[in-house]
Write a protein that binds this ligand. Structure first.
Ligand SMILES: *[C@@H]1O[C@H](CO)[C@@H](O)[C@H](O)[C@H]1NC(C)=O
Ligand SMILES: *[C@@H]1O[C@H](CO)[C@@H](O)[C@H](O)[C@H]1NC(C)=O
Ligand SMILES: *[C@@H]1O[C@H](CO)[C@@H](O)[C@H](O)[C@H]1NC(C)=O
Ligand SMILES: *[C@@H]1O[C@H](CO)[C@@H](O)[C@H](O)[C@H]1NC(C)=O
Ligand SMILES: *[C@@H]1O[C@H](CO)[C@@H](O)[C@H](O)[C@H]1NC(C)=O
Ligand SMILES: *[C@@H]1O[C@H](CO)[C@@H](O)[C@H](O)[C@H]1NC(C)=O
Ligand SMILES: *[C@@H]1O[C@H](CO)[C@@H](O)[C@H](O)[C@H]1NC(C)=O
Ligand SMILES: *[C@@H]1O[C@H](CO)[C@@H](O)[C@H](O)[C@H]1NC(C)=O
Ligand SMILES: *[C@@H]1O[C@H](CO)[C@@H](O)[C@H](O)[C@H]1NC(C)=O
Ligand SMILES: *[C@@H]1O[C@H](CO)[C@@H](O)[C@H](O)[C@H]1NC(C)=O
Ligand SMILES: *[C@@H]1O[C@H](CO)[C@@H](O)[C@H](O)[C@H]1NC(C)=O
Length: 520
């Protein structure tokens, strides 16, 4: 990354780090005796001290020693939320970061907690289970997802449903900050949040419903219009899964290769990547088979394949009177990733059908194939919107409090259309700041569109060179604490192919001009 930015981040870390107080296992165990959290409806459950390298989360070890605290927050009528708080010893820089959840949650996101603990930014890190247990999602399909016909207890408890995307981070934050104060002796200096997907929805919920809690929020691939995101899953499944062989993995690879062939060079570099799909004039009809409409192969598309692909690019629309868009479609260059999540109906079966059956219609026999793309949309909005959406475009209170936000989206995300992020950020910019204000003039919210980026990480199998990790937290800390807007580029790294170079990400509408070291 840029030498100038490296220098800046080093200065930020060094500048606010507490002088080396020494903590030990003893300080950690005594915390359990001295800390009272009843004012926050919270009870401390246990503490454990980890020396450097003592905790292994998915193959990543802690690079700083820390004290782990578990606590339970009571909420609703009989509900509770479990959270973990990691308190680093010598690294602490008066910064707190809360970590969001994925999918239907029920589990703590230790992977992202470990990433932030090791981020050299001196964070005390908290993460919770969003207010329900994984076993309350679905005993069958594992954590974070449901499956058709299965009773999901948490979707029948409105307190738990609202906690999931709207309130769980705000429920754990006061107790976490009180514990941090007890441990280090001082109030938290700055508070941050990072989440992706459902965690991106939790980020927008914080800005909308709890605008005074956080100084900085990162919302990645945000699922904050969850009701209509579910409609996009259902729409894509209905337009492909009913014709199971219509869009096979090979056909999708063929489409993406064709898109790249036409548009890779537009940015001046042949790097098997499209920096800006909006500038790509690819027309899928150009892949139509010359004559035989009934035979599918991977060198041309039948009419059925064409209409299925067009439906996915378009996204769901109301079929009654107006064909109004209900959610944007997926972007050019994302096709090779569609097979499992969309064309095999994995996302529809994990979220759309279970949520319609459990939360909306409360009928496990409800047949989603009968969904009426008109009046039923209104019922979904009425029944679930107030509980799971966070789409208020007026974030004035957050902005007036000095809040800063970074929204990121992967151009090749096969799950959540990246155009949703762009459309929503545009609407927030207009409503919060004023008519005619462009995204680049937004002083509190920046959008980062990741070329070839996937859903909260690396892109599809045809993009092994696309970085999976983004330096958004460092960029946000610099913005909040020194006023340095993240417009010169944000570091990204860690592609699946092991390339150890970094690639610059730009804030929209800037796009990097050259491969790897390009400027914004
Ligand atoms: C940690 O605990 C030890 C033993 O009780 C105490 O002497 C020391 O001051 C504590 N350290 C901090 C930073 O509170
Ligand atoms: C604690 O729970 C009670 C009862 O539900 C509620 O009235 C109160 O507001 C809660 N306190 C906090 C700090 O959340
Ligand atoms: C602490 O509590 C958490 C949450 O209940 C639990 O998962 C963990 O096993 C406990 N750890 C210890 C050391 O008791
Ligand atoms: C760390 O955890 C991963 C799985 O999450 C495991 O494959 C690996 O063997 C573990 N490493 C050690 C040294 O225990
Ligand atoms: C399935 O394919 C047939 C043509 O083979 C087409 O007429 C039909 O509309 C397709 N169904 C869907 C839901 O895309
Ligand atoms: C795409 O190509 C088809 C067939 O060649 C043509 O009819 C259609 O107008 C084109 N669409 C656009 C937007 O250019
Ligand atoms: C396969 O694609 C080629 C190239 O477009 C086309 O000529 C041919 O008719 C298609 N069908 C079969 C069965 O090969
Ligand atoms: C809605 O879209 C369908 C399918 O493309 C089309 O047949 C119909 O005319 C459209 N309706 C309106 C009101 O635009
Ligand atoms: C549940 O859905 C099934 C399938 O649509 C329907 O036959 C049944 O009447 C519904 N049950 C209730 C109680 O609405
Ligand atoms: C946004 O909200 C603020 C504070 O609630 C209000 O003063 C302002 O008028 C709203 N802006 C718009 C465009 O509705
Ligand atoms: C990056 O990888 C190259 C080739 O494997 C290696 O020579 C180089 O030392 C690596 N650089 C860093 C900073 O790890």
């Amino acid at each position: 990354m840029h030498a100038r930015l490296d220098f800046l981040f080093a200065a930020i870390v060094a500048g606010t780090r507490a002088t080396a107080a020494s903590y030990s296992a003893l300080n950690c165990s005594s915390l359990a005796q001295t800390t009272t959290l009843s004012a926050y409806n919270t009870s401390l459950l246990n503490t454990t001290y980890y020396a450097i390298g003592a905790l292994n989360v998915s193959g990543t070890f802690n690079e700083v020693s820390f004290c782990e605290v578990y606590a339970s927050v009571s909420y609703g009528t009989t509900d509770s939320l479990i959270f973990a708080l990691w308190l680093p010893d010598t690294q602490y820089s008066s910064r707190f970061i809360a970590i969001g959840n994925g999918g239907e949650a029920g589990v703590i996101n230790y992977d992202d907690m470990m990433e932030e603990l090791n981020n050299n930014l001196g964070f005390a890190v908290a993460g919770g289970n969003a207010g329900h247990l994984a076993s309350d999602n679905d005993a069958g399909a594992g954590p974070g997802a449901g499956s058709p016909g299965v009773y999901q207890p948490f979707l029948h408890d409105e307190d738990q449903v609202e906690a999931w995307l709207h309130n769980s981070i705000s429920l754990l934050t006061p107790a976490a900050r009180a514990t941090i104060k007890d441990f280090y002796g001082n109030e938290v200096g700055h508070s941050y949040y990072r989440g992706c997907s459902s965690g991106g929805a939790q980020g927008f919920s914080l800005a909308e419903f709890h605008p005074d809690l956080f100084d900085g929020i990162i919302a990645g691939c945000p699922a904050n219009w969850f009701t209509h995101l579910m409609l996009s899953f259902l729409w894509n499944a209905q337009h492909t899964n009913t014709n199971k062989t219509s869009l096979s993995a090979a056909v999708l690879d063929f489409i993406q290769s064709s898109v790249l062939e036409e548009c890779d060079d537009l940015d001046g570099v042949a790097d098997n990547l499209i920096e800006n799909p909006l500038a790509c004039p690819f027309n899928i009809s150009s892949l139509a088979c010359a004559e035989d409409d009934s035979v599918s192969n991977s060198t041309c598309l039948t009419n059925a394949q064409l209409s299925a692909a067009k439906a996915i690019y378009k996204g769901p629309v109301r079929l009654d009177f107006s064909n109004t868009s209900l959610f944007p479609g997926l972007s050019l260059g994302s096709e090779a990733g569609w097979f499992l999540p969309q064309c095999s109906a994995a996302l529809s079966n994990a979220f759309s059908v279970p949520i319609l059956q459990n939360l909306v219609y409360q009928n496990l026999s409800y047949d989603a194939a009968t969904f009426n793309w008109g009046s039923d949309v209104e019922y979904l909005d009425f029944r679930a919107g107030p509980l799971i959406d966070a789409i208020n475009t007026n974030l004035s209170t957050f902005r007036n409090n000095g809040g800063r936000m970074i929204v990121s989206a992967g151009w090749a995300d096969p799950n959540i259309a990246p155009m949703w992020s762009m459309q929503h950020v545009e609407a927030v910019t207009t409503d919060t700041i004023g008519d005619g204000i462009a995204i680049e003039e937004n002083d509190f919210l920046k959008l980062v569109m990741v070329p070839g980026g996937g859903h909260c990480g690396s892109g599809n199998a045809m993009y092994p060179h696309v970085p999976a990790r983004y330096g958004l937290s460092a960029a946000l800390v610099a913005w909040v604490e020194t006023g340095q807007e993240p417009v010169k580029g944000i570091k990204s790294w860690g592609p699946p192919n092991g390339d150890n170079r970094t690639r610059r990400l730009c804030t929209w509408p800037q796009v990097a001009r050259l491969e790897w070291r390009g400027t914004c």
